[in-house]
Design a protein around this ligand. Structure first.
Ligand code: ZN
Length: 429
């Protein structure tokens, strides 16, 4: 495949080989924008974008992405899980530098979350194609399934499967219709696709992911790009408050043991305590009140807490403060409080050397390279536990994500592509 297919100015200037310094970045970014529009229209049903894993829409998005991989000179193939991989030129068999992100979206999602990182990777591979022989590694592009965890309530299933980290119990995870991951996977047709399994002995150089920031920090700093220090530590708790029900009209206030009033005091404390701990975020996102009737005193409340902080020690401190306060509220109000920890993930740091490499490229492009923590999980976090990882953040308008209003400007996309290509070129001897 001619690496110059569909390209702009470099070949028009009579160059036979693409020189990254001569790439028309904005023109490339506009092509990425058209591809994002195309992918953004591939959705389950009408209306807002919804591309869950193991669906017809995901398969169609894979077909388009595979076509672009071929245009970029890559060989597309799927693994046993259903992740798509564009295999680059393998003049240097090992190690392999992986660039990737995810193709699935949340219901009502945006066009850029995940897809932008894959398309930037494909364009970067195409630009670097003519120098693939001089790169001291192979360069492959990955498009994962079920990063969001929106269907099976467990994130990064595709990247975990890619690295052989999926556990047997994960296959029993069910979606809201009771369909298990195993059933959804088995009914998803990957027949007709070229198959290629990751070789467990394959030596990986590391993993690089470009992703929208999903927050407002880069916009506030007035720059398009940033380097993620890593992905923050995370804890999830479930608490229950058990009081006494009764008639809303007949039980005097002094005699009540209202579970919701206790829970409300706790929720207020979650906000207060996390504001006191710099760098922390805490969210009570689910709250169920029983029996839940207008004229009945709440007997039981179950609620979830999601806590995140870059440092595990701070997360421990916050978590302990919340649980102590919950018990105190229970004692004061005659409410039985129960809790359990449902998730605990340590932070994952981007590789320090790779952070520096990416920072120096970004500094050349925009004068400075802010480093910020990712509050959201990414496939990069799965890789970062095993191999060097770096995460390039791209400014998104208003910090909005998981929403149809998600937007990255073409000029920011152009800079992200320039940074990604520059990062890979930095490894050239
Ligand atoms: Zn994402």
């Amino acid at each position: 495949m001619d690496p110059g297919t569909g390209k702009g100015s470099p070949s028009e200037e009579g160059e036979t080989s693409l020189n990254a310094t001569r790439v028309d970045w904005l023109r490339e970014a506009e092509r990425i924008g058209r591809r994002l529009d195309l992918l953004g229209a591939i959705s389950e049903g009408e209306g807002a974008l919804n591309r869950p894993p193991f669906t017809r829409s995901l398969c169609r998005a894979m077909e388009e992405t595979a076509r672009w991989m071929e245009e970029a000179g890559l060989r597309p193939a799927v693994d046993a899980f259903g992740n798509l991989r564009g295999w680059g030129v393998r003049e240097n068999q090992e190690p392999v530098l992986l660039i990737g992100s995810h193709l699935d979206t949340v219901p009502g999602g945006g066009r850029f979350d995940g897809a932008l990182g894959i398309l930037l990777g494909i364009s970067a591979a195409e630009i670097l194609q003519d120098r693939a022989g001089s790169l001291p590694f192979a360069l492959d592009i990955l498009a994962f399934q079920e990063e969001e965890g929106a269907r099976f309530r467990s994130g990064c299933l595709g990247s975990r499967a890619f690295l052989g980290l999926l556990e047997e119990k994960d296959w029993n995870l069910e979606d809201s219709s009771g369909i298990s991951l195993r059933e959804a996977h088995d009914s998803f047709s990957i027949q007709g696709w070229p198959r290629m399994e990751p070789d467990p002995r394959e030596k990986l150089l590391g993993y690089c992911e470009a992703h929208i920031e999903q927050g407002p920090q880069l916009e506030a700093l007035g720059v398009p790009l940033g380097v993620a220090l890593g992905i923050v530590a995370q804890e999830r708790l479930l608490l229950s408050f058990l009081g006494e029900g009764g008639h809303a009209g007949c039980v005097p206030m002094s005699a009540r043991r209202d579970a919701l009033c206790a829970a409300a005091a706790f929720v207020a404390f979650v906000e207060e305590a996390s504001r006191r701990e710099p760098g922390a975020v805490a969210t009570v996102g689910e709250l169920h009140c029983l029996p839940g009737a207008v004229n009945v005193i709440p007997k039981r409340v179950d609620l979830s807490v999601d806590l995140r902080h870059p440092e595990e020690a701070a997360l421990d401190r916050l978590s302990q403060a919340l649980l102590e306060r919950a018990e105190e509220i229970g004692r004061d109000r005659g409410i039985e409080v129960g809790w359990r920890r449902t998730q605990r993930l340590p932070p994952v740091r981007s590789d320090p050397d790779w952070q520096d490499r990416l920072s120096s490229v970004i500094t050349t492009i925009q004068g400075k390279a802010p480093r910020l923590w990712s509050g959201a999980g990414h496939d990069a976090g799965v890789f970062g536990r095993l191999v060097p990882m770096v995460l390039l953040f791209v400014r998104c308008r208003g910090g909005v994500s998981h929403d149809p209003a998600e937007l990255v400007s073409p000029s920011d996309t152009a800079r992200a592509l320039e940074a990604l290509v520059g990062f890979v070129e930095g490894f050239l001897p």
